[in-house]
Design a protein around this ligand. Sequence first.
Ligand SMILES: [Zn+2]
Length: 295
Amino acid sequence: MASSPLKPHWEQPSHPAVLEVVIGAVDGAGEFSSKSVSKVTLPPFGLFANLSFPPCTMAEEPTYATVQCGKNKHLDLNSDLLYINHSCEPSLIFDTASQTVIAGPKGLVPGDELTFFYPSTEWSMAQPFDCLCGKPTCRGRISGARDMTKEQLEGMWLNGHIRELLAEQEQQSSETRDTVSEDLYDTDQTAQALRDALQHAEKVVEAARTALMCYARTTRTQQHKGVNGTNGIKAAANGHINGNSANGHHSNGHAANGCYNGASTAIGAVTGSLRRGPTSRELSGEMGGDTIDVV
Ligand SMILES: [Zn+2]
């Protein structure tokens, strides 16, 4: 794999019927370059070579010369197949499950450069490199499928172990996202304060509505009977206001004075809130009679 200087330890040529190795000159960066070209015509997905054992052997660990063939399995090719370079638009597919190398969807003709998409087998490469394939879809830095985006892998043929590893990676990152957003929800005090403020505002609206209804009824009663509000109505108003104050938070003193004070309490709470904005004490449910300005 790749452009590292190879010292073949196998008898060459290893695949003379299908593959020709072309050794290039040392390039400007002092890198040794090599490539391989096809000697055969193949239909789409036609069999190019087998990944047989031998010459393949299992590798102890990934190196620039290994091909990954499982989540934690790597093989040494020990043949001229090692001269098959990476391309972002490859001519070959390395299918490690069936231990075959097959032509890509366009097939092969003699003289085609033999290439495959390294991230289709490699999760995390021992020697990342900058791809110079020059194709319109070139991915640039190639370091294995682990570091590529969904878009970069879109439409590419990938081995089963790479698909499994991508699914695990996706699962882990979505679990991380869930944990982070839950933590944020629990600890975000601004969000909590706003939820409390909304709850409080709803109570104030309800108290004002109740007080208004009560006040209107009292006024009518006074007009009809010519007397001050009755105990019954005061008690009702008291009940309403206390109910709306909820959670044992007072305003009892005001409400006990009847509908008018109840209305004042509600109005005061609203105008107070508008003037100052809710304080943190109010947000935490401590809105009391003392803090309310009667208008
Ligand atoms: Zn490329």
